[in-house]
Design a protein around this ligand. Structure first.
Ligand code: COA
Length: 307
């Protein structure tokens, strides 16, 4: 048994904040932000449940499925609406689902973790046949809009995928996961507070961790970096993506990126990149697709699948 992705959906809130908008309220510039991060604009004002619901509804529609046909919901999010219930319960209600639903928080590395969680559930005897996997984050709600070292980087958005059992297509070839909790102090957000980050340290550690993780995953799968057709890296910083590709030997043009228009949308960034790859016609059966996530923890995770 395998589990192939049969529907994708995305949602970005309407309100756009450009680099020039930021430069009007803090000491920064479009040139500085673009050259350091590759970001040109970001969306703000989103709510996690509402964005997740919109992206999920689009993915279900693309898969041709109604609410009663979804057997499980996994919602990856860093910005839950409440301490409880889980935000997935609110999304399930909005979509009319009555199946199992859970939140999963591995911050910006969430989506690859969510993918193997969904895949593993589907392999369980009597487990779900169709899983809705969503990444949704309202990072604008935890950004300090007076802190130029973080405000420039983050944005809101959601991306969703429907996984369905299939006899052969959509094989998970290999994965690698890890966390180094000693590095929690370099990127964190206390309850009720705003994001705190040592940018340079995060940059260095993230490149190292995600590159190593991808190498381990490729080794497990018996693949060379150049075998990969589509690379979907977490969209934190274009320079991190370039450094990762350079280190591993992945041609940069195999990566699909949305960061210029979205900034770092945490759990939503990989499914947003996946939808961009789909729109470009890059996701065809048998293509080798890599998802590579990293984020606060420091946590990392990479997965390679045969589409
Ligand atoms: N505009 C203009 N100048 C800024 C600025 C901004 N928005 N933010 C910081 N600066 C200044 C600093 O104050 C510093 O000035 P100084 O040399 O006079 O002290 C200078 O620019 C360099 O700062 P530094 O933090 O070393 O810059 P950098 O090249 O490392 O770029 C980041 C900063 C945040 C873009 C970069 O470190 C980064 O992207 N790190 C990873 C963050 C990340 O991806 N987090 C999420 C992980 S999931």
């Amino acid at each position: 048994m395998t589990a192939r992705i049969t529907g994708l959906g995305t949602f970005l809130p309407a309100e756009t904040v450009t680099n020039d908008d930021l430069a009007r309220r803090m000491d920064t510039s479009d040139e500085w932000i673009r050259s350091r991060s590759g970001i040109g604009a970001r969306r703000v004002g989103g709510r996690t449940a509402q964005m997740a619901t919109a992206a999920a509804a689009e993915a279900m529609q693309q898969a041709g499925l109604t609410a009663d046909q979804i057997d499980f919901l996994v919602l990856c999010t860093t910005t839950p609406e409440k301490t409880f219930p889980a935000t997935s319960a609110l999304v399930a209600d909005a979509l009319g689902l009555r199946c199992g639903a859970m939140d999963l928080n591995v911050v910006c590395a969430g989506f690859p973790y969510g993918y193997v969680t969904a895949y593993g559930l589907m392999l369980t005897p009597g487990g779900p046949e169709r899983v809705l996997l969503v990444g949704s984050d309202a990072m604008s709600s935890i950004v300090d809009w007076d802190d130029r070292s973080t405000a420039i980087l983050f944005g809101d958005g959601a991306g969703a995928a429907v996984l369905e059992r299939h006899p052969s297509q959509g094989e998970l070839l290999a994965a690698d996961f890890g966390v180094n909790g000693e590095l929690a102090p370099i990127l964190y957000c206390d309850l009720g507070d705003k994001i705190k980050m040592e940018g340079r340290e995060v940059f260095k550690r993230a490149v190292r961790a995600v590159s190593r993780s991808v190498e381990v995953t490729l080794e497990k799968a018996g693949l060379a970096p150049t075998d990969l057709d589509v690379v979907l890296p977490h969209q934190a910083n274009m320079r991190i993506i370039e450094a990762m590709c350079d280190r591993i030997g992945i041609p940069l043009e195999r990566t699909f990126n949305v960061i210029e228009q979205t900034g770092n949308t945490s759990s939503a960034s990989i499914p947003l990149a996946m939808a961009a790859a789909d729109r470009a016609g890059a996701l065809a059966p048998d293509r080798l697709v890599l998802m590579a996530g990293f984020g606060a923890g420091l946590a990392w995770g990479s997965v390679v699948i045969r589409w």
